[in-house]
Design a protein around this ligand. Structure first.
Ligand code: KG4
Ligand code: ZN
Length: 356
């Protein structure tokens, strides 16, 4: 078995990490050996949340409490390992809904304590970034990464598995947030992103969108103007009693929101002279984004490592993957680990070496 305190690294067996995720409405657990996924379980309360038009924190916490023990047990069983085989327990400690996070953190602490295993605190967004390592097990930085989630939008230079440079980020709303808000205006149900994508398939990019998204701001983004333009368009039409095509609005918004991400990611990769691009975060599950990014990478001679859709939306395998990065650094958490509702991107990307 891999010994975390084997300083000379004489023991070469690959560590087995249990990942636990409960930051929003998904209760997830996964087991990986090295970068190989052995199991990946998810119980979602999205169907209940959909009745309320968004995530109700109390409902999410209760659903996590009901599901967590069963989900973890299933993940360990389906991985074909025993509790004793697990080398460390990695858990999302932030950012997210505090009550929801606390369920995962408390469970992971108890689990690690009872089994005498090291505990690893994982930042949710670092998990999204580490999903790419599961998709391509030999992947090594440097590369340029597009982060497009519900809370963050950024283009990063990934120097090593734990060192990042923020090349640009959103100045206001995150792209996922814009998808969710526009979905609400169009009367589409929660979760907004996938429903906008579905609706956009029936439409054409015929509604004019603000030009500001196209150029300026280096690698920075701004989604608040785009969101407001869509809201104004719909409200004006409604006030005048004119019909408009929701599908055309969804399609036009989706193109405007995503084309800029693709354009800036590829430009950054060329400027940084890397040959590889990766992407992570819930919005990367969007089919239009996946096709557009692949096409742009092909045209520019860049290799795209694109995690499959289920590894882009919230899951525990990505938490275990980042857990592995921290495990190799010897970054173990203490039993007083607490959940954190918000963590700035700059702190998210900062690695504190050897906390143990
Ligand atoms: O990365 P994520 O789990 O959120 C954070 O960790 O912040 O992703 C959630 C976001 C939501 O805003 C959701 O609407 C969006 O990802 N999303 C999508 C799609 N699937 C999820 N956006 C566009 N198209 C999709 N298919
Ligand atoms: Zn997420």
């Amino acid at each position: 078995m891999y010994d975390p305190f084997d300083k000379n690294n004489t023991n070469k067996a690959e560590p087995i990490i249990l990942g636990i995720e409960s930051s929003c409405d998904e209760t997830a657990a996964a087991v990986i050996r090295g970068r190989k996924i052995l199991s990946d379980e998810i119980a979602s309360s999205a169907d209940i949340q959909s009745l309320y038009g968004g995530v109700v924190p109390e409902i999410a916490s209760r659903a996590h409490t009901d599901a967590i023990a069963k989900v973890v047990e299933k993940a360990v069983q389906n991985a074909g390992v025993t509790y004793a085989d697990i080398d460390a327990v990695a858990v999302t400690y932030g950012a997210g809904l505090l009550g929801a996070l606390l369920v995962g953190v408390s469970f992971a602490k108890a689990f690690a304590y009872a089994l005498n295993k090291p505990l690893i605190a994982v930042n949710h967004i670092r998990g999204h970034l580490a999903a790419a390592y599961l998709h391509e097990q030999t992947l090594q930085p440097p590369f340029v990464t597009l982060l497009a989630s519900g809370g963050h939008t950024a283009v990063l230079y990934t120097k090593t598995e734990s060192e990042f440079e923020i090349l640009g980020a959103t100045l206001d709303d995150a792209v996922g947030e814009a998808f969710d808000k526009v979905a609400r205006v169009l009367g589409l149900k929660y979760p907004g992103g996938p429903n906008i994508e579905r609706c956009a398939k029936e439409g054409a990019p015929s509604v004019p969108m603000p030009k500001m998204l196209k150029g300026g701001g280096g690698y920075n983004f701004s989604y608040s103007g785009l969101k407001t333009a869509v809201i104004n368009y719909c409200h004006t039409k409604e006030q005048k009693g004119e019909n408009y095509s929701k599908a055309d609005v969804a399609c036009s918004f989706q193109c405007a929101a995503i084309d800029v991400l693709v354009e800036k990611t590829v430009t950054a990769a060329k400027e940084k002279k890397v040959d590889t691009v990766t992407a992570g975060g819930g919005v990367v599950a969007n089919g239009y984004l996946r096709e557009a990014l692949q096409k742009a990478c092909n045209e520019n001679g860049l290799r795209l490592v694109l995690p499959e859709k289920r590894l882009c939306t919230d899951n525990a395998a990505m938490i275990a993957s980042e857990g592995l990065v921290q495990y190799k650094l010897g970054n173990f958490a203490k039993m007083d680990l607490n959940a954190k509702a918000s963590i700035p991107l700059s702190a998210t990307l900062k690695t504190v070496q050897n906390q143990k």
